[in-house]
Design a protein around this ligand. Sequence first.
Ligand code: AMP
Length: 411
Amino acid sequence: MNSFEALGLSAPLIKATQALDYERPTHIQIAAIPHLISGDNIAAEAKTGSGKTAAFALPILQKLSKLGPISPPIHVQVLTLVPTRELALQVAESFRALARFEAEPPPVLAVIGGASIDEQCRTLSNGVSIVVATPGRLIDLLERQVLDLHHVHTLVLDEADKLLDAGFNEELNILMSALPPNRQSMLFSATMPPRVISICARVMPEYTVVRTHTSQPIVQEIKQRAIQVDKEQRRPLLQHLIKSEHLGKTLVFVATQRAAENLSRKLRKDGFYSTALHGGLMQDERNDALKRFKNGRVKVLIATDVAARGIDVPGLSTVINFDLPRSPQDYIHRIGRTGRAGESGVAISFVDHETEAHLRVIEKKNQLHLGRETKAGFELCGEPAQKAKGPAPTKGYRKSKKDKLRELKSD
Ligand code: AMP
């Protein structure tokens, strides 16, 4: 099964994988494609970077071409739901790229908020086979009765765990009632906690669970570093690193939209090709920022987590956690933007006395041990803050775990 031919894919699809320089199928593609070609429903555990988009797009395109040329009016046959607008555009693009050698490539539309709804309605009325949508705009179109899902034979829930984070649970009922019961369904999720498993049961009467032996992305060659630096010195250090270490395309994560705008403005003032990407921008601006970063006109993209989830930027060499991510899982998502598809990457986290404890939690949860580096001229000032001792436990109450820990530390 170590080739696309052995997976049973058609000649035009194999040609497309060659044009995209895919030498051989990834683990998730080997595990999922045969099930999907034989029409099974699947619940697959797969992270971004594992090649999961092609794992569902290839068999879906094969199915569409087997069903034969579609005569007008074209109905929506495939619905793919994704959590973010950027991912919707990216997945739609993957469908197009993989379908380009088909005799009749199926029309694909990304249905996302922030873009003109009238234009989406017009394109839908001209006939679209594959819709890649974010839930909000999809429900909007369903409520306006401009989107007919009665002919959908294939449903994909991509990044199901993220869909749930975005409040998809409530929207799922509306969606299910709009879809025909006879369809093939597939769900992809980076993790399979009980809440995702309960979605599987609501979406598919029966399904095969697909897990790969490795959860590693295609090529996971990410060098992870942590550099100690005071908060106020982070921007000068960032600029120093970009120059002295010749960082290529660099994605810098910050905590807020405001921080993204400020940092990107200051970098531009200092002569760096930089722009910001966050949820506060208009969709056109977001698309433009990502496009300029992808095509190399912008070298440093300053982004918040919300805007950067799932994005795939070829040649992205460095990810910098200017602000540490909130959760250990977000750390993995962030660094996974680099070291993708055969390229190596570097992930650098800035840490100071105040954030040291948080970085340790991230390391512990992800079973990582990052050394702490210092850069000459940017060393940390001061001492780690002593933790204030809390008040003594109130008499008559049992000591809490925290109280006991505090006592142990002060011994
Ligand atoms: P995904 O996990 O779908 O976001 O894919 C991550 C990256 O891997 C994308 O840039 C894909 O184009 C690329 N990719 C997908 N399948 C393969 C493959 N078999 N070989 C090499 N790269 C691939």
